[in-house]
Ligand binder design. Structure first.
Ligand SMILES: *[C@@H]1O[C@H](CO)[C@@H](O)[C@H](O)[C@H]1NC(C)=O
Ligand SMILES: *[C@@H]1O[C@H](CO)[C@@H](O)[C@H](O)[C@H]1NC(C)=O
Length: 343
């Protein structure tokens, strides 16, 4: 039974390389988040804008709690709280709206869109972002669920492992905090291998390109599980989590944001495409750049150019050798899951 299932699954997956015929509009998003892809596609079909499609598509994942890594009730931080990061970008005007460390509001990408529409700012954070959300009419809700509570208590029970501290006492690889910095300055070499894996992967990232070549992009996530309160990852940062430029293309990244955000991978991918680089190659070049510094990082990126060609790439590590993503275009009669081999 299981074997048959696996064979069927393989049969319906289209190899990404073989399917790069181009048509517009195109919607691509990270991971096999099918309902997000369907929602975004439906919004475009019913005459919504590219930004509307990105907002509704990523918003669908916030409702569905995609993989537990988007929306409420997932990835509790060190104090057990779920906080959200999201961004949305308009590739025509280059406006960005983003929120980070958002608390007690579920629809993070909705709030990010309001940052574009009702402020002259780009990024709002923390409690103040929540106050802004309430002013914009979003309800205050508890983001904690039975699931996030049990993830938190399991983590406490296993001596707070894993966590994101280093060079502290007591030894953070063995015990819980509160930690203090070590007096002696014998820093351990920084581990560049990712704590995160395909099992707790994160982030919906989406790129939508309309019939006229208008590009929009967005992301939404609840961040790294057991993060330090206040930690903000790549997702809400323009050029890191995603980037959209209607004169070149769009890209969105997923994976270990603490490492990836240092390289502005989405910005870099769009710049490669601006120079005429094929989207798949642009994605691969971005991954190889990061590989030089962090060979074992967990991460992937999706890329699309303004004529509707698209591609993806990921860094091959044990347990993560293929990356699944969703594509919708007139050439595919419905949102289709595609897969790419990591490099
Ligand atoms: C903590 O973990 C141990 C096993 O490591 C288990 O026996 C115990 O029931 C757990 N306690 C709680 C409160 O989950
Ligand atoms: C998009 O990529 C395809 C495939 O590499 C290429 O043929 C096309 O010219 C690109 N479009 C633009 C606007 O660069």
């Amino acid at each position: 039974q299981a074997v048959t299932g696996a064979l069927l699954l393989l049969a319906v997956l289209t190899p990404a390389g073989a399917a790069s015929a181009a048509a517009l509009p195109v919607v691509i998003n990270t991971w096999a988040f099918r309902r997000a892809a369907e929602t975004a596609w439906r919004v475009l079909e019913s005459g919504g804008s590219e930004l509307d499609a990105v907002e509704s598509g990523c918003g669908q994942c916030e409702i569905d709690q995609c993989d537990g890594s988007v929306g409420y009730g997932g990835s509790p931080d060190e104090s057990g709280e779920t906080t959200l990061d999201a961004m949305i970008m308009d590739g025509n005007t280059m406006e960005v709206g983003a929120v980070a460390d958002l608390r007690r509001v579920k629809n993070a990408i909705g709030v990010a869109r309001k940052v574009i529409e009702y402020t002259k700012h780009t990024l709002l954070v923390g409690e103040s972002a929540s106050l802004f959300a309430v002013r914009m009419g979003f309800p205050y809700e508890d983001l904690t669920t039975q699931k996030s509570l049990s993830l938190y208590s399991e983590w406490l029970n296993q001596s707070c492992q894993p966590n994101f501290w280093k060079n502290v006492v007591p030894d953070s690889s063995k015990s819980c905090g509160p930690y203090k910095r070590r007096e002696a300055v014998t820093y351990k070499e920084e581990q560049t291998s990712s704590q995160r894996s395909v099992h707790n992967h994160d982030t919906i990232g989406m790129v939508v390109i309309g019939v006229s070549g208008t590009v929009a992009s967005g992301t939404s996530t609840n961040g790294a599980i057991h993060k330090l309160p206040g930690r903000v990852g790549d997702s809400p940062i323009a050029g890191a989590g995603s980037y959209a430029d209607s004169t070149a293309g769009g890209a969105a990244a997923t994976g270990d944001g603490d490492i990836m955000m240092r390289f502005l991978p989405s910005y870099q991918a769009v710049e490669y495409m601006r120079m005429g680089t094929d989207p798949t190659v642009a994605c691969q070049k971005v991954i190889s750049r990061i590989q030089k510094y962090a060979p074992k990082f967990f991460g992937a990126i999706i890329c699309a150019n303004t004529t509707g060609s698209y591609g993806a790439a990921c860094n091959k590590i044990p347990g993560f050798t293929q990356f699944h993503f969703m594509v919708s275009s007139p050439l595919l009669n419905r949102p289709t899951e595609q897969v790419v081999d990591c490099i």
